[in-house]
Design a protein around this ligand. Structure first.
Ligand code: KG4
Ligand code: ZN
Length: 364
């Protein structure tokens, strides 16, 4: 590393449909943040096609790196650390980012760090909101819906998980049913703004349950049934979007409320509790507001990263890579991209719903 008293980190993210590269320094300054998304391609197919996404990453990655360097006014030789998502995610994309980052690190003789994508989301608020450990995290993305006690770097305890679909996936599937495009979350949020959330009665699975987990598949089925029995016009799409957004939000708030009590007991602390939300769904303004209200009535602090850093980005990977490097040092260049990589490796021992371990390990 250089003799400067701070480090410059490049973060590369390719685990889903966005090719993202950012340059961040250890003073928590984001010097550049380039995100190339494949939404036009994806709208055509109504979702992500892993093979196409992987090929697009291959086409975009070099340009994204050059652009990130240019925008940050940094030179490649000034980068101290190269961090890239090593999983979990669509394996083709993760391989592209991993191989690129390792080659770059090797050619520059700089350390390489493989980052868990979920850890990237989990630690974003430490970069953007400067928060300290410990905190309670609601992680809501396209592939994951979990509540995790983030105790310190690398010490994570899962309190809740979805039994079936993730919250983001539910938004995406509902938007597909309505035929309003991909990704679904931002489209549903936009339509919901002019809709009435009370016109359609949708279920709120697990609401007030003593089982701490989430479930969204029943909501998706109920939504599908209502849409199949309706003639859709603009107003109805707005009302349906508002009802769905409210149901998902109610479920997220209710499960988080339950987890706040568990977290208080776990850290043996009644005051000074921090709640953090992260992941693509955390960019939804209605959901952010509802969580803020929950935090206020529960008398705890609430932090949400800036909207643009909730969805996948390279800055979160750079920051998590830096924390990992400080704590564990560099990753061996023999590291292999991991399609599955849970944040808390012992989750399946604690919770029977995670006891199925596929040949690539625990799902997530
Ligand atoms: O974290 P992310 O960018 O990628 C994954 O790690 O999955 O999250 C993407 C998910 C998608 O399901 C997308 O529909 C959802 O986040 N999303 C939203 C919003 N923006 C993105 N959901 C609700 N409201 C939004 N504004
Ligand atoms: Zn993500």
């Amino acid at each position: 590393m250089s003799s400067r008293n701070y480090k410059i980190i490049m973060g590369i993210e390719t685990s889903c449909d966005d090719t993202a590269v950012a340059i961040v320094n250890s003073k928590k300054e984001i010097l550049s943040n380039v995100v190339i998304n494949q939404n036009t391609n994806l709208t055509k197919y109504g979702g992500i096609v892993p093979e196409i996404a992987a090929r697009d990453h291959l086409t975009n990655i070099e340009y994204a790196v050059q652009e990130a360097l240019e925008q940050s006014k940094s030179k490649l030789e000034n980068i101290d650390l190269i961090a890239a998502t090593g999983g979990p995610g669509l394996i083709g994309g993760v391989i592209v980012g991993t191989v690129f980052a390792k080659s770059l690190a090797m050619s520059l003789d700089k350390p390489y760090v493989a980052v868990n994508h979920l850890e990237g989301h989990a630690l974003t608020a430490r970069l953007t909101n400067n928060i300290k450990y410990p905190y309670l995290l609601l992680l809501v993305s396209g592939g994951h819906t979990q509540i995790i006690a983030i105790l310190e770097y690398g010490k994570y305890s899962r309190l809740s998980s979805t039994l079936d679909d993730a919250a983001g996936e539910t938004f995406d599937k509902a938007a597909k049913i309505l035929g309003i495009g991909f990704p679904g979350g931002p489209m549903i949020e936009k339509m919901a703004m002019s809709g009435n959330p009370k016109l359609f009665k949708l279920p709120r699975p697990m609401y007030k349950s003593k089982n701490p987990n989430f479930s969204f598949s029943g909501l998706k089925t109920a939504f599908n049934q209502i849409v199949s029995n309706s003639t859709l016009d603009k107003n109805k799409i707005c009302d349906l979007s508002a009802s769905l957004q409210k149901s998902i939000s109610d479920c997220l708030v209710d499960r988080t409320k339950y987890a706040i009590d568990q977290f208080r007991t776990l850290i043996n602390e009644n005051s000074n509790i921090q709640l953090v939300v992260a992941g693509g769904v955390a960019s939804n303004k209605y959901i952010r507001n509802q969580l803020e209200k929950l935090a206020s009535t529960s008398k705890i602090d609430f932090h949400a990263p800036p909207i643009g850093l909730c969805t996948d980005n390279g800055a979160m990977i750079a920051w998590a890579g830096y924390e990992k490097y400080i704590s564990e040092g560099e990753t061996d260049l023999n590291f292999k991209a991991r399609p599955r990589w849970p944040l808390d490796p012992d989750a399946h021992y604690k919770n029977p719903i995670h006891n199925k371990i596929g040949k690539s390990g625990v799902k997530a």
